[in-house]
Design a protein around this ligand. Structure first.
Ligand SMILES: Cc1cc2nc3c(=O)[nH]c(=O)nc-3n(C[C@H](O)[C@H](O)[C@H](O)COP(=O)(O)OP(=O)(O)OC[C@H]3O[C@@H](n4cnc5c(N)ncnc54)[C@H](O)[C@@H]3O)c2cc1C
Length: 289
């Protein structure tokens, strides 16, 4: 199918983009990598009258550690994450996740900001961000505000980004000490969305006790989901096999998968249990290196 007619603007500053969003009102949409928005327009699930392309605004693509945070600019491409030495050295979870997203063509253009702003529980970065306890920086004509990832996803394709605003940065507490992270999703074939995916993060102290745990789940709940009961089992634990198994069991019990072409509810709960266990063990092994 062919998209409905639309007007196109390509501002070169954020101020210009905010003004365009203000002028065009509710019918305008931001265009980042275009790999979720354009397919939706072609299927006529979305029919914005104006596209505001933010690809020509400088300064929105970066990966850096600063002030105790890993900061990722919204226009950072999946391919940039895959190739970043900082990410490869300290934040293995992104390497795990990006290589499972679509194919190289999509990853060369799709952005981290778009992946999250799209508000789809089937996308991989939302669960990763939940596990990493991210903060989303949202900018508008009146300045910036920060929203915890816990309060970011409102509903199907709906997030805390309001009309007139642009997601500009994602902030993640910088990895220090014995920190490990991992992500995996089961998929029907390479490039597919998750049948079920799990992001796991652990921080371990000098005595082998877990001081922080993050577990995010992909595509097994209407919204990207934090496995809170599982995290609570792990914090304060020596991360024994029994505790890891209990955390995996709770994640499988607490998610809300639906039957669809990718599998039925029982199968998806089983996947969550198995992958949670594996990702926790992977994150722990990385934390101990
Ligand atoms: C064949 C195919 C397979 C895919 N497989 C996967 C997969 O396995 N896992 C996965 O996670 N994703 C997958 N995707 C989606 C892909 O990762 C998209 O690139 C991503 O979801 C959206 O990022 P984008 O930069 O392309 O955003 P766009 O498509 O440009 O935008 C998506 C939405 O977010 C809004 N938006 C974008 N950027 C901003 C911003 N900075 N501020 C505010 N709003 C913004 C847009 O207005 C739009 O509503 C796949 C896509 C395709 C085409």
């Amino acid at each position: 199918m062919i998209a409905e007619n639309f007007n196109y603007d390509s501002p070169s500053t954020l101020a210009e983009a905010f003004q365009l969003l203000h002028d065009y009102g509710d019918d305008a949409k931001i265009l980042a990598g275009g790999h979720s928005l354009i397919p939706m327009m072609k299927l006529r699930f979305a029919a914005p009258t104006h596209l505001i392309d933010i690809n020509n605004i400088p300064g929105l693509a970066y990966i850096k550690e600063e002030d105790g945070y890993l900061k990722i600019g919204a226009m950072t491409r999946e391919a940039d994450l895959e190739e970043s030495d900082l990410i490869k050295a300290k934040y293995h979870i992104f390497g795990d996740a990006t290589k499972l997203i679509a194919d190289p063509q999509v990853r060369n253009f799709g952005t981290i900001g778009g992946n999250i702003a799209h508000g789809d529980a089937a996308n991989d970065h939302p669960a990763v961000m939940i596990a990493l306890d991210a903060t989303v920086v949202i900018s508008g004509q009146d300045g910036q505000r920060e929203v915890s990832i816990n309060d970011f996803f409102y509903g199907f394709y709906t997030t805390a980004v309001q009309h007139g605003e642009i997601l500009t940065e994602i902030k993640i507490p910088a990895a220090t000490g014995h920190f490990g992270s991992a992500y995996y999703k089961a998929e029907r074939k390479v490039g597919d969305y998750a049948t079920a995916g799990v992001a796991a993060v652990v921080q371990i102290d000098g005595n082998g006790v877990c001081t922080k745990a993050g577990i995010g789940l992909t595509n097994v709940n209407p919204l990207p989901m934090r496995a809170e009961r599982s995290e609570a089992v792990l914090v304060g634990s020596k991360l024994t096999e029994e505790d890891i198994a209990l955390a995996a069991k709770y994640a499988a019990e607490d998610c809300n998968p639906s039957d669809d072409l990718r599998g039925d509810e029982d199968y998806k709960r089983h996947l969550v249990k198995v992958i949670t266990k594996r990702m926790l063990n992977q994150a722990i092994a990385r934390a101990k290196k």
